[in-house]
Design a protein around this ligand. Structure first.
Ligand SMILES: Cc1cc2nc3c(=O)[nH]c(=O)nc-3n(C[C@H](O)[C@H](O)[C@H](O)COP(=O)(O)O)c2cc1C
Length: 252
């Protein structure tokens, strides 16, 4: 069992430790790619252009007032454009920066320490209009979805991996965020880890608020079995692993 006081160290700002070492950025090592490339996929889906006028009827103040965690969803599917809106709200790329022909940084709809954006977004899709059930990966840079897996027992897989939280499998789609720690460690080394989880909070809250604009709801989930979730998404659990998830469904 880890010592609880020692465990708290991770919550503190560890920037002083950086004075003793050189980060990989200071050593002039190449920055890691902005996002993981998808090598093996079944199909790719272009996301529709979002008509924002459909989704901006409710004020932000109203969204703050209405937001709560939802664990009951209707059977109604989400439209692909609504899914596209939620993806944009949580990871949407607003601007990219190139150096020597490479895209080296991005500004997005969410803030991120040092603009490192250390997450990948996976979707476990149950009910999205026009998409078959399966596990997909979102490319924020290309604004595309890649279908990765079409296994039949996704419902039992996600329930088992979340310690029996059965409402996850009643959702239209489960957003699952993995992190690639090196993307942040390249700049911040040991001080990166606190920032990664702070960044995840922004992504989760944007999803809560964006759901309000489409008559949907979500519930943040951090109680999951790390090994089972990583296995479900076929992640190595070392250089990339799940940090947070959020099932989404229609509530009205
Ligand atoms: C980091 C985090 C982890 C959470 N994990 C779970 C979870 O595993 N299961 C669950 O049912 N709710 C989970 N929740 C939702 C909280 O229980 C919920 O936000 C809290 O009860 C307050 O309710 P509200 O969101 O409706 O205001 C989590 C929320 C956060 C922010």
């Amino acid at each position: 069992m880890r010592d609880i006081i020692e465990g708290r160290e991770f919550l503190k700002a560890n920037f002083l430790d950086l004075e003793a070492i050189s980060t990989d950025q200071q050593k002039k090592l190449d920055p890691p790619p902005l996002e993981k490339s998808v090598e093996n996929f079944i199909s790719e889906i272009e996301l529709p252009v979002i008509d924002f006028s459909k989704f901006s009827q409710q004020s932000l103040t109203e969204a703050f007032k209405q937001r709560r965690s939802h664990r009951k969803f209707t059977e109604q599917p989400l439209q692909l454009e609504e899914l596209s809106y939620l993806l944009w709200a949580t990871q949407g790329v607003k601007e990219t920066f190139q150096r020597e022909g490479r895209t080296v940084a991005s500004f997005r709809t969410v803030p991120s320490a040092g603009a490192r954006h250390p997450f990948e977004t996976y979707l476990i899709i149950f009910r999205i209009d026009s998409l078959e059930q399966g596990i997909y990966k979102y490319s924020a840079i290309e604004n595309k979805l890649f279908l990765l897996q079409k296994e039949n027992d996704l419902a039992s897989g996600i329930v088992e991996a979340t310690f029996g939280q059965s409402f996850t499998a009643k959702s239209a789609v489960v957003f699952v965020w993995s992190c690639i720690p090196y993307r942040a460690e390249w700049r911040y080394d040991i001080a990166a880890h606190k920032g990664i989880l702070l960044d995840a909070g922004h992504v989760g809250q944007n999803l809560y608020l964006a759901c309000e604009a489409i008559g949907a709801g979500t519930c943040a989930i951090a109680a999951y079995n790390q090994k089972k979730m990583d296995e479900l998404l076929k992640l190595d659990g070392k250089d990339e692993f799940v940090v947070y998830l959020s099932p989404v469904g229609k509530t009205k």
